[in-house]
Every structure is written in C-alpha cells, then in structure tokens.
Design a protein around this ligand. Sequence first.
Ligand SMILES: C[S@@+](CC[C@H](N)C(=O)[O-])C[C@H]1O[C@@H](n2cnc3c(N)ncnc32)[C@H](O)[C@@H]1O
Length: 212
Amino acid sequence: MREWIDKLFEHEDMVRMGHHQRAADGNLGLGWLYYALARVIRPSRAVVIGSFRGFVPLVLGKALADNAEGGELWFIDPSLVDDFWKDPEAVQRHFSERGVKNIRHFLMTTQQFAVSESYRLLGEVGLVFIDGYHSEEQARFDYATFENHLSPEGIILLHDSAVVRTSRMYGDDRAYEHRVKCFVDELKKDARLQVFDLPFGRGVTMVRKSGA
Ligand SMILES: C[S@@+](CC[C@H](N)C(=O)[O-])C[C@H]1O[C@@H](n2cnc3c(N)ncnc32)[C@H](O)[C@@H]1O
C-alpha cells in the first residue's frame, strides 16, 4: 500500500483539495476513511461526483479492486474547472498509470447523468462521494439523485462540509459560496438518518439511513 501511495503522491495535485493528506509520511488523511469504507462495505459499485485530479476516485477505485469481489467506480465530472477530464484516453491513462483500471468516467453534470440511460441501469450503490459544485442546491440535487440507489449498508459522503466559505475555483468572476454545510445541517434534522461530521481538512460528513 505504501508503495502505491508514494506513487500517487508523485502527482503534486494529489495532496490538494482538503482531504487532510500528507505526502511526507505517505498519509492519505481522510483517504484512509474512504479506502476503509470501501473495504468494509465491499460494494460492487461506488459513485464519485466531482474531483479536481482524481484523488477520491483513485483511492476508492483501488479499494474496490483490492476487495476479492472487485467492483466498479462510476465517476461523474463535466470538467468545468479546466480541460483535465475532457479527453477520454488521457483520463483512462491518468487512472491506469496509477494502477487503477475499474473507473468509468462520465463527462457530464449530475443533472445530465440523472436523465441518462446509464442512470436508468445504475442499480444499487454502496458508496456515494459528493464533491461537485458546492452550492446548497447542487449538494441537495446530488444527494437526491443517489439516495434511493443506496444499498441498505451504504453510506453517502459529502466533502467540503466543515464551513461556509467562498471558492474561486471556477475563476474570480464565478466566485461562489460553499454551502454544503447548510445542506448537511438540514439532513441532521431528519431522524431517519445518522449524520456524522469529520472536521479534518475541509471536512467530510458521512450519512447513512438509520433503519437500514
Ligand atoms: C474540484 S472538485 C471539488 C470542489 C473543490 N473542493 C472546490 O473548492 O470547489 C469540483 C469538481 O466538480 C465538478 N462539477 C461542477 N459542477 C458539477 C455538476 N453539476 N455535476 C457534477 N460535477 C460537477 C467540476 O468539474 C470539478 O471538477
């Protein structure tokens, strides 16, 4: 595992985006949690919405591949920050050069994915990682799109949930407020859910259905 992590961190952007990672001691930060959940739940399918350079898809994809059952990671990202996800061959190379070959990328928004044939065929999902556009409305849409597909033992994670803050990720002229925390506060009022915050890095929140 350490060898894989060191190779992962050779790409300098893999320590960005607030997952509390640290290259110096091969520390995946919150990535350990993502990896562990995928090894414990052992889902045949996991979904990631949004990623800057693929840290979460790679960690979850690796975990699924390490499970004896295998599994597939569906990664939804329309590449709105820059062109990084636009070329399908470059995307597959980016993942396979890091030893992960079970990621299927959808170059689309969650809105577009939700009306696609792939969504109709999706079936059960054991892990959903929400890290796309961080408005309250989009977090709600991302959650609603997948909550009914969640397996009974499944977990939904929402990243950047620790604080409300301004992001200039899409340029100074498109600065906006991260308001995932506001959506999470709404989920906490739902007695049918267990909602647990981990305020490390930019924070991640885990959600599961308590009666499941
Ligand atoms: C860089 S990541 C993680 C967010 C980051 N921590 C930030 O500061 O905003 C955001 C990703 O979400 C993707 N994205 C934006 N809007 C989306 C949408 N409607 N559906 C799916 N992905 C989306 C972008 O293409 C981008 O790659």
